[in-house]
Each structure stands twice: as structure tokens, then as C-alpha cells.
Design a protein around this ligand. Structure first.
Ligand SMILES: [Zn+2]
Length: 239
């Protein structure tokens, strides 16, 4: 799915109304909506410094877009306004500094959010213990660019990253399976369309020495909670 440009996300978070095609995308893409919400949250928190440390960092591609916007603004020559020319022409012209003003807004977000990131980085609790991990490989019939990684965090949560999964009309589901008896499995949770990474709690009491095969399946949204049989990626957890 083609996401909205990061600089559009910034403007939409500030003031702009989405164009028709953008509104259609936003209605379908939880990822872009979440990023706009996160950016709005950043601007709202600009004056509430006590809360800054609770702010989640914006997603990387938003950062990349803001950084690019700021770099562009810095590279552009400072706007020169020829007042005599303006007076002579006797009419208002589209201000040439409209672009830099927008960039300044992006820079303000960057400054506020940058502070937040630094605070978070200094404040960050120790990285969670990765107690096991697995490389997820595509199964037969799945495009061989499809990939994933799974990590067990402190034995309590499963973090899964997926890339290049074939599109599905439903959703992707993460399972832990007993490789000795693959009818024994535990549904861990869904990866919503448009999402690349999820962190899901592992049900307490799950024996990870037994349920060590990580499986990512395509599931139709048919209300049937059983495995569809359409596995896309698999990998075995090792400590
Ligand atoms: Zn999107």
C-alpha cells in the first residue's frame, strides 16, 4: 500500500484537510491515521512539558520526512522580500516565504519531538531481555522476498516484524505451534494490514520449549478462530 508522504502527514496533523484521495487512504490505513494522531499529540504536548516523557516516539518514516523537510529549508536561500517591488505592484502576491513557514512548522515539531526523544533516550529502561528469537522464512508458494523476525521479550511477549507479505483480504495472525504435533497451537494475535511490527503478550503458562514454532498465517475475516491452513512464514525460536 502506498502511504501518504511524511510531509503531508505533518501538514494534516497541523491544519490541512485531507484531499479526497487522502481521505480514502486514511479511512483504510490505520498506520497513517496513527501517525497523524502521534504528530497531533506532539504539538499538543508542546506546552505541557511534564507529560513529554510519556510520549511515544513518532515512527521512523515520519522522522525521515521531517528531517528531509528541514534539510530542504536549510538548503534553500533565505527568502528575500523586495518591498519596493511589492509597493510598486500594488497587490498582494502569494508570499514566497510560505514554503519556509511550513518548514519552520515542521522544524518546530522536530524540536519538540527531538527533546522528547532525548528525554526518552536518557530515561529509557534497560532494553527488554530477548530470551529467544527466530528468523521467519517464507513457505512454499509465498514470494521469497517475504520475511520476518520474532523475538521473545523477557519470556512474556512476542515481538514480530514482517516484511513483504502477500496481500490478503483478511488479516495476518501469529501462532505458536508445537513442532512435534502441529495440531497443537496457540493463537497469539493479529498483525493488522498496513502494520509491520507488533508486540503481543504470550498467554501465561505457554511452554515455549514446546510451542517454539512461530507461524504467520493469512486469515480471512470470517469469524472462524481456527488456523486457516494458509501459513506464510515460519521459524523456530532458539534461545
Ligand atoms: Zn498509510
Amino acid at each position: 500500500m502506498q502511504h501518504l508522504d511524511p510531509d503531508r502527514l505533518v501538514l494534516l496533523a497541523f491544519s490541512d484537510s485531507p484531499a479526497d484521495d487522502e481521505a480514502v487512504h486514511l479511512s483504510e490505513c490505520a498506520g497513517c491515521r496513527a501517525e497523524i494522531d502521534a504528530l497531533k499529540h506532539v504539538t499538543e504536548l508542546g506546552s505541557e512539558t511534564q507529560e513529554l516523557r510519556d510520549l511515544p516516539p513518532p515512527p521512523d518514516r515520519v522522522w525521515t520526512g521531517i528531517a528531509a523537510e528541514v534539510a530542504k529549508a536549510e538548503a534553500a536561500p533565505a527568502p528575500v522580500v523586495d518591498l519596493t517591488a511589492v509597493r510598486r505592484s500594488g497587490r498582494r502576491r502569494m508570499p514566497r516565504w510560505a514554503g519556509p513557514v511550513v518548514s519552520a512548522a515542521a522544524a518546530a515539531v522536530l524540536a519538540v519531538a527531538g527533546t522528547v526523544t532525548v528525554i526518552r533516550w536518557m530515561d529509557r529502561p534497560a532494553a527488554p531481555d530477548v530470551t529467544a528469537s527466530a528468523t521467519l522464512e517464507p513457505l512454499k508458494g509465498v514470494p521469497d522476498t517475504a520475511r520476518g523476525d520474532a523475538r521473545v521479550l523477557s519470556g512474556a511477549a512476542l515481538e514480530v516484524d514482517v516484511r513483504n507479505l502477500p496481500l490478503t483480504p483478511g488479516h495476518y495472525e501469529i501462532w505458536l505451534i508445537d513442532p512435534e504435533d502441529i495440531t497443537k497451537m496457540q493463537a497469539i494475535g493479529a498483525v493488522p494490514q498496513g502494520t509491520d511490527a507488533v508486540q503481543l503478550p504470550i498467554p501465561p503458562g505457554t511452554d515455549l520449549n514446546r510451542y517454539r514454532l512461530v507461524d504467520v498465517s493469512a486469515e480471512p475475516n470470517d469469524g472462524n478462530s481456527a488456523h486457516s491452513g494458509n501459513s506464510l512464514l515460519r521459524g523456530t525460536l532458539t534461545s
